[in-house]
Every structure is written in C-alpha cells, then in structure tokens.
Design a protein. Structure first.
Length: 194
C-alpha cells in the first residue's frame, strides 16, 4: 500500500528530495503511513479558528487556479467523516473554480492562520452543492455576504507545516479592539491624574 504522502511526493519529487538531502526524513514519514488521512479533533479545532483559506483546482487540461476563500473564524465546517464544507459567497462571477470542479474534482485547500503562524494543507476532491438547506446551514450567522452555493471537500490526506516564514499578521478587528481599549485606559489615567 502506498503511503498517503504519495499524493504530493511523486517519483519526481522523491528524486529531488534524494538529490537535495531531505529524502531520509520523508522516508521515515512514509514508514509511518505518510500524511494524516482522517479528519481529527485537532484539525476541526484548527478549522474553528481560521478565517482564511486558498482553494486550488485545475481544469481538465491541468491548468491550475487558486482562489482565496474567507469568512468569519470557523467558516469551514466539518460535516461528517472526512467531509468539510463551506458556503461559497457570490463574488466576481467568473466561475473558474466551479467550472474546474465540473471537469476535474481534484482540489487542494491551503489553510492559513497568520496570527498563530500555522498552516495546514489538505488534498482531496471537491464538489459544488446548490442545496438551499445545506447552503443556509453553512452560512455563518450574522455574516453579510450572500451565499451562492456550497463547496464540499472530501479530505484524502492532510499535513500541517512548520511556521517558518509565515508573517505574523493581526486581524483588523483585533487591532480596533486594542485601540479602543488603549483609548479607554488613557482616558482613565487622565481622570486619575486630575
């Protein structure tokens, strides 16, 4: 049986790993079975905290396309088993991702937590659902976007990366809250100085 990491580590990739000296570490990963293949509690916990993802697809000819997907923390939900899903909001109406999924259901999700300097890579297959009940269920409460459809993503393998080179970014809402708290504390200090 092939290790799940073969989804990314093709023969060409393994040859480069050998040539450049990293193959031994990844061979040990393969001996343990490779990447994780089940949606686990720690992945679900990560999903609950992130607000940024990139969804990559390719058309039948292999032409790749990546599109940002975002929303409030937890916008990507675990439905059951290895299936994740999110409401797909009305956007620029190019429908490249949707069209690609009609031709080729292989997809990749790259999940980012800039503030926590964490990232998770997921390989799998994706499909579109226009089921209004599912779309409504996936729509984050109080979020101002309009959902057009849902994207369902069946995880085949996933892996988390090291935090190296991830810029630490703080959410605008967090900055605004800190600025507000700072102003409140300054006003209180001024009152105490009087």
């Amino acid at each position: 049986m092939q290790p799940s990491s073969d989804i990314a580590f093709t023969l060409a990739v393994k040859a480069l790993q050998t040539e450049r000296g990293s193959r031994a570490a990844y061979a040990r990963l393969e001996q343990r079975g490779g990447f994780r293949t089940e949606v686990t509690g720690d992945l679900v916990e990560f999903l609950a905290a992130i607000d940024t993802a990139y969804l990559a697809t390719a058309n039948a000819a292999g032409q790749p396309y990546a599109q940002h997907r975002g929303g409030p923390p937890g916008f990507i939900r675990h439905l059951a088993g290895n299936t994740l899903a999110f409401a797909d909001y009305t956007g620029n109406r190019q429908f490249i991702t949707t069209g690609n999924l009609v031709e080729n259901d292989r997809a990749f999700l790259f999940l980012m937590d800039y503030a926590g300097q964490r990232r998770v890579k997921l390989w799998g297959r994706a499909r579109v659902s226009e089921d209004p009940v599912l779309v409504a269920r996936l729509m984050p409460e109080g979020y101002g976007a309009r959902a057009e459809q849902a994207i369902l993503f069946d995880v085949a393998a996933w892996d988390s990366n090291c935090p190296q080179h991830i810029p630490r970014k703080v959410d605008f809402a967090r900055i605004a809250a800190l600025e507000s708290e700072n102003a409140r504390l300054r006003a209180r200090l001024e009152e105490l100085d009087r």
